[in-house]
Design a protein around this ligand. Structure first.
Ligand code: PEP
Ligand code: MG
Length: 756
């Protein structure tokens, strides 16, 4: 049974034509389960109807003709209940509705199973039989498993169909993802792909076919030569039979095999990497659908060989792809280093198929003020290349080849947004006080050099979080003490006279230094932040010494320790900081008066710290809540996994209760409490944070004017009352809606959604 299932699923997943593959699938189900009818009904959410799209056993003329409303018939009932319905005699069921044009009346027994993808019913899979009998457990589980396995392919085919041609009339081709960075962008898509990732290579049309063929053949020869070298190296290590495998690889890479086919694709005007991807995908599909496990394995060999050819093609490329005009970039997963490489003046918007709103790449997108959306797993990335897109970073929508009318509407929203930004910029020098005169200092989170700009300094009361790993991420080795002094000094100079909180190196998790790889099964629960630097005191000491030396003659420097989960970690880190302080004093006796012992605090982002908050406050000078990781660890939800990102909300009642506990304990012990995660820069959360009594909020510089505007328009009393209301609520979505409405009612809706 398993083998049959695998076979059928494979076929559906590889299909370039969904209609055709569903036709084959229904035939195969009938033959495997020995039933007389198998049909697929797909949901159309515009007309609220199911349509028969494939059948074996019913009249084929009924395909595309038989339609039933979402609540009609047994198919409608299966979808409504979102569970299988297994009936021995359909005619007795009150929902029974038969379609004479399908010739359905002769079939007594019925088993319908919903096809569900990401909680959405996409269709219903049905088997029917003349004889009146209940379908067996085996038949039922077979159909349920099949339905779960083909759901992704059906969802993807639905999205893919949105890509064909421009939108007609009132038609709207919209992909729904998750909002990452607010704002709206309109422009052409450029696909950027990770090096040697064949599956994400986009299609591109070229004109110089001769040049493209030449560079492909060079890459092919280079990959063949590698196989020869590999074979030589293995000669004494493996048997003759096993060595023959290398000959097979060599042949696969020859002109007669892969070579000519790829050249054939190039001759049609496709660039070499795209041609290679097309040919390899076709062959891999054939291998993967084979019954023989040995032959199936060959699919991964072929992918491996093709990756090598691609690597050589990339080596041969005159230059790496750059954005030479304004574009929306589309990537399988946008990484922080990708964003660092692309000149931001050309970057209109970002679409990332994978990732999550709180990933570090997302944080950088927000810092750069670039609208971004994520979460389109099922769409082959190359479909986006060159497409005209609208990115709605408020709602997480991407519009494909939009109609003129829709584009005009969004152009208007962009103009309104620009006007609002200008108005807010003009009010930047106003203090951040509530209507009842309470001052809430607003700090900025920094990391990129651009953050040291004058415009950033002017708007902030200081730096609440300096993510020092960002300069580490952009290098090819650990920066020396002297280099670090220079980096930190420029930040401290830029914000002279204001407090600057420098966080010690927070690597691990999704922040990997290219020169210090950490390979773990569970990186967010592994060697991260303070755990790494305490295990490598030489790294921590160099960094702290550099921070101290950079701060000669400058006051207000604070050090924050990331990922603290135990008291021992605080004690050990403080010992190292003291050691570095005495060393620096000893080395620079003349600078004694210029050097103050730094204030030391923690980034509170691991829930265990909440339960030891009193022990912590007695040891540190301040606490800064890292709401990104605190949400991740409190909710047990990977901040980078789009699949579970609906759980990742800063409005979860559990998180708000946790913040309340932290703030109360800090008040009791007179320890200043700040917040520096993304929640601090979300204007919808501002009322809550003011109500909770944080002593300062730290955010990306672009969010600051909006947050200040909210603070200027509420009183502390009102914020506390709102908090009381929110603490009674049980669901994140209710809390979000309540706060959203509150801001709208003050006429400040333009701060939290598109338009005025
Ligand atoms: C946080 O976790 O909220 C935080 C500020 O740190 P980072 O996002 O850099 O992990
Ligand atoms: Mg963190």
């Amino acid at each position: 049974m398993l083998e049959h299932l695998r076979h059928i699923t494979q076929e559906v997943n590889l299909a370039s034509d969904m209609q055709e593959s569903l036709r084959i699938m229904v035939q195969q189900v009938c033959s495997v389960l020995k039933v007389e009818v198998c049909s697929v009904y797909l949901a159309d959410y515009n007309s609220h109807q199911f349509t028969l799209v494939a059948t074996e056993g019913l009249n084929p003329k009924a395909i595309g003709v038989v339609r039933l409303g979402f609540t009609e018939g047994l198919v409608g009932l299966v979808a409504q209940r979102e569970e299988p319905i297994n009936l021995q005699d359909v005619s007795r069921h009150p929902n029974y509705l038969y379609f004479p044009q399908a010739g359905e009346e002769q079939f007594a027994s019925f088993l319908g199973v919903p096809v569900i993808h990401q909680r959405k019913v996409l269709g219903v899979l049905v088997i029917q039989q003349k004889a009146s009998r209940k379908f067996s457990n085996n038949e039922e589980t077979f159909l349920i498993t099949l339905s779960a396995q083909i759901a992704g392919a059906i969802a993807s085919a639905e999205s893919v169909s949105l890509f064909s041609g421009p939108a007609q009339g009132l038609e709207v081709r919209r992909l729904e993802g998750l909002p990452v960075s607010t704002g709206i962008a309109i422009g052409a898509a450029t696909v950027v792909y990770a090096s040697a990732d064949l599956s994400s290579v986009p299609d591109k049309q070229i004109t110089d076919i001769e040049f493209e063929v030449e560079r492909f053949q060079q890459a092919l020869r280079a990959a063949q030569n590698e196989v020869v070298t590999m074979k030589e190296r293995m000669t004494d290590l493996v048997s003759q039979e096993e060595l023959a495998l290398f000959d097979a690889y060599y042949k696969l890479l020859s002109d007669n095999s892969l070579g000519n086919e790829v050249v054939g694709e190039i001759a049609k005007g496709q660039w070499a990497p795209g041609a290679l991807r097309r040919v390899v995908e076709k062959h891999v599909g054939v291998f993967e659908s084979m019954d023989d496990p040995y032959l199936r394995e060959r699919a991964s060999d072929l992918k491996d060989l093709a990756r090598n050819v691609l690597l050589h093609l990339e080596d041969n490329r005159a230059e790496r792809p750059t954005l030479d005009s304004e574009s929306v970039i589309v990537a399988d997963e946008i990484t922080a280093s990708m964003l660092a490489e692309i000149p931001s003046e050309h970057l209109l918007g970002i679409v990332s198929l994978h990732g999550s709103p709180s990933s570090h790449a997302a944080i950088i997108a927000k810092a750069l003020g670039i609208p971004a959306v994520i979460g389109f797993h099922d769409i082959p990335i190359h479909r986006f290349e060159g497409k005209h897109l609208i990115i709605d970073g408020y709602n997480g929508h991407v519009y494909l080849s939009p109609s003129e009318a829709l584009e005009k509407q969004y152009q208007r929203l962009i103009r309104e947004e620009m006007k609002l930004t200008q108005e807010l910029e003009q009010q930047l020098h106003q203090p951040s006080i509530t209507t009842d005169d309470v001052h809430y200092p607003l700090f900025v989170n920094i990391g990129l050099m651009a953050d040291f700009e004058k415009s950033v300094q002017a708007r902030a009361d200081g730096v609440g979080l300096y993510r020092t790993e960002i300069p580490f991420l952009l290098r090819e080795r650990f920066p020396s003490e002297a280099e670090q002094i220079q980096i930190y000094r420029s930040a401290l100079e830029a914000f002279r006279g204001k407090s600057v909180t420098i966080r010690t190196l927070d690597i691990g998790g999704d922040k990997q230094l290219p020169y210090f790889p950490i390979d773990e099964d569970n990186p967010f629960l592994g060697w991260r932040g303070i755990r790494v630097t305490l295990d490598h005191p030489e790294i921590m000491l160099v960094q702290v010494r550099a921070i101290l030396k950079a701060s000669f003659g400058i006051q207000g420097v604070r050090i924050a320790l990331p990922m603290i989960s135990t008291i021992e970690e605080i004690d050990a880190a403080q010992r190292l900081i003291r050691q570095a302080y005495y060393e620096v004093q000893e080395e620079n006796p003349e600078a004694k008066e210029l050097l103050q012992p730094p204030q030391v605090g923690i980034v509170l982002e691991v829930p265990s710290a909440i339960y030891q908050i009193h022990n912590i406050t007695s040891r540190v000078d301040f606490i800064s809540v890292g709401s990104n990781d605190l949400t991740q660890y409190l909710m047990a939800v990977d901040r980078n996994n789009a699949q579970v990102s609906s759980l990742f909300s800063n409005f979860q009642p559990a998180l708000i209760m946790a913040l309340k506990q932290i703030c109360d304990a800090c008040d009791e012990n007179n320890t200043p409490n700040y917040i520096c995660g993304e929640m601090a820069g979300d204007p919808i959360a501002t009322i809550l944070l003011v109500g909770l009594g944080f002593k300062g909020l730290s955010m990306n510089a672009r969010s600051l004017p909006k947050v200040k505007k909210i603070i200027n328009n509420i009183s502390q009393k009102e914020a506390k009352e709102c908090l009381e209301e929110v603490l009674k609520m049980e669901r994140a979505k209710d809390i979000h809606a309540y706060l959203f409405e509150k801001i709208e009612s003050k006429g400040l809706g333009g701060l939290i959604r598109a338009g005025k």
